[in-house]
Ligand binder design. Structure first.
Ligand code: DGY
Length: 324
């Protein structure tokens, strides 16, 4: 039997997942519901053979400088890895893995939900009832916008973008997308999706825009103030990818000035430090980064992390390496 690796978790995982960690590895759990503070992270870098990280951790050059020789792998609990300095990891010979594929449907579901919630004013309606203010049916009360027949522009047509496109088709939306390159002819035909090489032109024509691109320096403020200004006044924007892709202050400004109709956000430019200008707006549906938060996805993510570590422990190359 292979020697158990010393695994340090920086985040509290679902109980069943943690039980398996304890069985398979020499595991140090993180039992606090708050993220691991930076000093503790640096300590972990000195002792762990495998660090199980999450989006809450800044795994940057300073972290890698602090890391001891024993650190072999960062097994990230999540698919996005823009919080990890991959180049530094490569330089130090440390493997980085993530959890692709297992949260695709869940994130696409939540994105579709947000599109409907904003367009059909779900939250305003639900709050009206909760406040006891639903006194009579009215032909003009809380009129939203139909999504059937509308143009959806997806920014980033990877796994999640495509899963969203399938759902949007089922709701009768017309799918458009911008991506580094067009998807294969087979997928494009299946989704009946129109490719836009020019993002500005696509933004100017859409009724709904959804951000589904990866984060990181290549997409930082991809939708800056100038690009956001291309959106039509009746358009809504939804982001379940990474907050830094959109200039949040410019977005809030457009919303306050009624230059766009609404937003549905699950992610923010500065994590939990949300721009105060977004608060108190009825047409802003704001969620706490929960797009992949289903029992199924979080269990599968845990299983993927376990598989990657177990494969390393057994002397093989983990399957979900970010850099193959
Ligand atoms: C992901 O998997 O990237 C989620 O956003 C959580 O980090």
């Amino acid at each position: 039997m292979s020697k158990k690796l010393k695994v340090v978790m920086t985040v509290k995982l679902p109980d069943g997942v943690e039980t398996r960690f304890r069985e398979l590895f020499n595991t140090t759990l993180w039992l606090n519901k708050n993220p691991m503070p930076r000093e503790a992270l640096f300590e972990a870098a000195q002792t762990a053979e495998v660090l199980v990280s999450s989006i809450n951790d800044r795994i940057d050059a300073e972290f890698f400088e602090a890391a001891g020789e024993q650190l072999k792998m960062i097994a990230n609990f999540g698919v996005g890895h823009d919080h990890i300095d991959i180049a530094k990891a490569v330089e130090k010979g440390i493997i980085v893995t993530n959890t692709p594929g297992v949260l695709t449907e869940d994130t696409a579901e939540m994105t579709m939900g947000l599109i409907i919630a904003v367009s059909r004013r779900f939250i305003e309606g639900a709050e009206t009832v909760q406040r006891g203010e639903f006194s009579a049916w009215s032909p003009t009360f809380l009129m939203g916008r139909r999504i059937y027949g509308k143009r959806l522009g997806i920014v980033g047509m990877g796994r999640i973008g495509q899963a969203l496109a399938r759902r949007a088709r089922a709701f009768g939306m017309q799918v458009h997308y911008h991506n580094r390159k067009p998807v294969s002819a087979r997928i494009s035909e299946e989704l009946e999706a129109t490719y836009w090489d020019d993002l500005d032109q696509m933004l100017a024509r859409m009724d709904v825009v959804s951000i589904n691109a990866p984060g990181g320096p290549n997409t930082f403020h991809l939708l800056d103030a100038e690009r956001l200004a291309k959106l039509q006044p009746h358009a809504i924007l939804v982001n379940t990818a990474r907050g830094q892709i959109v200039d949040e202050e410019a977005l809030a400004h457009l919303l306050r000035e009624h230059k766009i109709a609404g937003v549905g956000l699950d992610v923010y430019e500065r994590a939990t430090a949300i721009s105060p200008e977004l608060f108190g707006l009825p047409n802003a549906v704001l969620l706490p980064h929960m797009a992949s938060s289903t029992v199924e996805a979080r269990t599968d993510m845990g299983d993927r992390v376990i598989l990657n570590i177990k494969t390393l422990q057994d002397g093989h190359r983990p399957p979900d390496r970010v850099i193959p």
